[in-house]
Design a protein around this ligand. Structure first.
Ligand code: HEC
Ligand code: HEC
Length: 454
């Protein structure tokens, strides 16, 4: 056989192998999404009966409105009150944020914090900036009490650990630390007296950065790996064997998360302003946030706390001892072919990639700044604010908000009280990141336009 034919055969074989590998990746991505939406990985939270009845624990006038509503309208009201969305391309009516089994049991999944609505459009991987975990848990607990259903771990745990004081943010890092404290390095459950924890709320980051980031979390302490994704399931019911059994599944979740890309901005864009803005960005912001477009680069740069000046509580809450423990644990050892690194001694926050940043309001790790315009105007950031509609503020690129003098402490509806963000509270400061002060007003307008295109 002549060399040419052989070459063609090789090329053909190489193509077949590559196509098979691609199909494998695609399957892994689909399996990852299916696992998250269809397989309960925690003890279940509540039954459909509770969901159908929860409106009875709402304050007036909402309760009367729900009473008169059709079941479908009531379902929509329930989703809206707790920050739940439907699943794209699926008309089952199931929420993205919970697995709903054939037995009617609802179980929280990763999308409760990492899947939300981008200005009205359900988007897996977008931060859920409306998730009302604390409010939902309290009203579910009251409903269960009324109709005689058993309490879950979340119902009881939330009596001791705050779940989140502002809707759209949660105390997730502290849940993780509290649960990790009750394990040894091989994830066996151990009984230890509780440690003091620094409760604070965070805004979840979008998952569409995952493929770019070598290290994850706002301080970038943990190298990414499939095992590290399993921390959220550390409830005592899941013993060490649970983690080993589900390890392969989480390679699929890893593939799914790595496949995500940000949504595209579909409003008006001024191309001329964008090209000015790109220049301003590349000179003033790219050293930390990287470059975008054809040969994009992400520097993964960590900035010390006293330089960045954003809220320090998250950095202080996760102690060196806590990080060292993670470094020795099963999560940070993904096997021979997948060595993991953990940075134990560190200070500061890593500048996140800004891909799709228009779609992930509010801003900074604690969600304290409602729009990109406010990120660019440090002295005009609002002190107390709340979102008032699902529509985007297209001028300022972010949440449509109203301002308040102070928290409405006498408001009878907790859901309304918890929709206010008070930047004077612990862990909620909106200070710092004053780099935009170097820019003129015209340069800021150009950068704002450029940010639409990332
Ligand atoms: C209760 C809310 C909540 C749930 C549920 C949750 N997360 Fe998170 N997640 C967060 C918050 C808040 C952060 C930011 C933590 C930080 O930076 O310190 C985060 C950070 C992450 C990051 C780092 C991303 C980055 O760019 O730095 C990954 C990866 C992640 N979560 C994966 C998961 C997976 C997988 C699940 C489900 C098994 C899950 N999370 C469930 C709230 C949550
Ligand atoms: C010296 C490094 C540095 C420079 C320069 C810098 N940033 Fe940042 N930026 C950061 C860090 C670190 C954070 C994370 C702060 C936090 O969440 O506490 C951040 C956060 C942000 C965020 C919020 C992202 C989110 O998802 O919450 C935006 C938007 C942003 N920067 C835009 C800019 C723009 C625009 C410029 C240029 C005018 C700029 N930054 C210059 C380090 C920098």
């Amino acid at each position: 056989m002549c060399q040419k034919t052989l070459n063609i055969v090789f090329v053909f074989l190489a193509c077949v192998v590559a196509a098979a590998a691609n199909a494998d990746d695609t399957n892994a991505v689909a399996r990852g999404y299916r696992l998250l939406t269809e397989t309960p990985l925690l003890p279940s939270d509540f039954h459909q009966r509770v969901v159908d009845d929860v409106w009875q624990s709402w304050p007036e006038p909402l309760r009367s409105k729900a009473e008169k509503a059709t079941p479908e309208q009531r379902r929509k009201m329930t989703f809206s009150r707790y920050g739940l969305t439907t699943r794209p391309g699926d008309d089952s009516g199931k929420p993205l944020q919970y697995v709903v089994g054939d037995d009617g049991q609802w179980t929280m999944n990763c999308f409760s914090c990492h899947g939300g609505s981008v200005y009205g459009k359900p988007t897996p991987g977008a931060p859920n900036n409306r998730f009302a975990l604390q409010t939902m848990t309290e009203e579910v607990r009251r409903t269960k009490f009324r109709i005689g259903e058993p309490m879950s771990r979340m119902d009881l745990g939330s009596l001791f650990i705050p779940l989140g004081t502002t809707h759209g943010t949660t105390n997730a890092v502290v849940f993780g630390m509290g649960l990790m404290h009750q394990r040894d390095e091989q994830l066996n459950v151990v009984n230890r007296p509780p440690v003091p924890l620094m409760h604070h709320d965070m805004d979840a980051p979008p998952w569409w950065h995952f493929y770019k980031r070598p290290y994850i979390y706002i301080d970038g302490f943990a190298q990414k790996g499939h095992r590290g994704l399993m921390q959220f399931m550390l409830v005592p019911e899941n013993g060490p064997e649970f983690f080993r059994e589900h390890e392969e599944d989480f390679r699929d979740v890893y593939a799914y998360m790595s496949s995500l890309r940000p949504p595209k901005y579909d409003g008006a864009i001024d191309d001329e302003l964008v090209s000015v803005g790109k220049g301003v960005f590349d000179r003033n912001c790219a050293e930390c946030h990287g470059t975008y477009g054809d040969d994009s680069e992400y520097p993964n740069r960590r900035i010390p706390l006293d330089e960045i000046g954003t809220d320090p509580v998250r950095a202080e809450a996760l102690t060196e001892a806590g990080r060292a423990k993670y470094a020795r644990s099963w999560f940070a050892h993904a096997g021979e072919d997948d060595p993991q690194q953990t940075i134990v001694e560190l200070d500061g926050y890593v500048a996140p990639p800004l891909d799709g940043v228009w779609a992930s309001a509010p801003y900074f790790h604690n969600g304290s700044v409602p729009t990109l315009w406010h990120v660019l105007h440090p002295s005009e950031r609002p002190t107390v604010w709340r979102p008032v509609s699902e529509a985007m503020d297209e001028q300022r690129l972010g949440l449509t908000i109203e301002l308040a003098e102070k928290m409405p402490v006498t408001e009878p509806d907790v859901a309304i009280r918890r929709s206010y963000f008070d930047t004077r509270r612990f862990g909620k400061s909106n200070s710092g990141h004053t780099y935009p002060d170097e820019l003129s007003e015209a340069e800021k307008a150009a950068v704002l336009e450029y940010l639409k295109t990332l």
